[in-house]
Design a binder for this molecule. Structure first.
Ligand SMILES: [Zn+2]
Ligand SMILES: [Zn+2]
Length: 149
């Protein structure tokens, strides 16, 4: 079961409504055996083709795949993208370009903000916090929280 996050900047309201995690139908058999299913999730033929190719070469899927919140490390716009990783002779992760500036989007994780507010930081750069692309503020309100399947 996945989570629904409805996050908005506490100052200007910029935000994202994102489903994270995986749904009931997202078993590895469904997601990674059928190219169409994967293609719907990644919305990129090149990524889907490359993934199918690596799987036939014996690459293995990580366990924590699912929808995740991404941001552009350059302009900080937020996106909801499908994350996974394949391991074989090397590692493979889908790379999504920012539609505004083409920089590769990076995954975000939740960090502590002030009471009743949340912050986001980049998974691979613990010191780098997200800030709002519209106003520069770095805190978000969670407007609604729920589950999806
Ligand atoms: Zn803002
Ligand atoms: Zn960008």
């Amino acid at each position: 079961m996945g989570e629904i996050h409805d996050l908005h900047c506490t100052k200007c309201g910029y935000g994202i409504k994102a489903n994270t995690g995986i749904g009931m139908l997202y078993s590895p058999e469904n997601v990674f055996k059928d190219k169409q299913f994967l293609l719907d999730l990644v919305d990129d033929t090149k990524i889907a083709d490359q993934t199918m190719d690596l799987l036939t070469k014996g690459y293995e899927i990580n366990e924590d795949y699912g929808h995740a919140i991404y941001a552009c490390p350059n302009d900080f716009y937020l996106f909801d993208k499908f994350y996974f990783q394949l391991k074989g002779s090397s590692k493979f992760e889908p790379q999504y370009p920012c539609p505004y500036c083409q920089t590769t989007l990076k995954r975000l994780t939740f960090a502590k903000g002030s009471p009743r507010a949340t912050r986001l930081r980049f998974v691979k750069e613990p010191e780098k916090y997200w800030h709002c692309p519209k106003c520069g503020n770095d805190e978000l309100n969670e407007m609604a929280f729920g589950n999806w399947d």
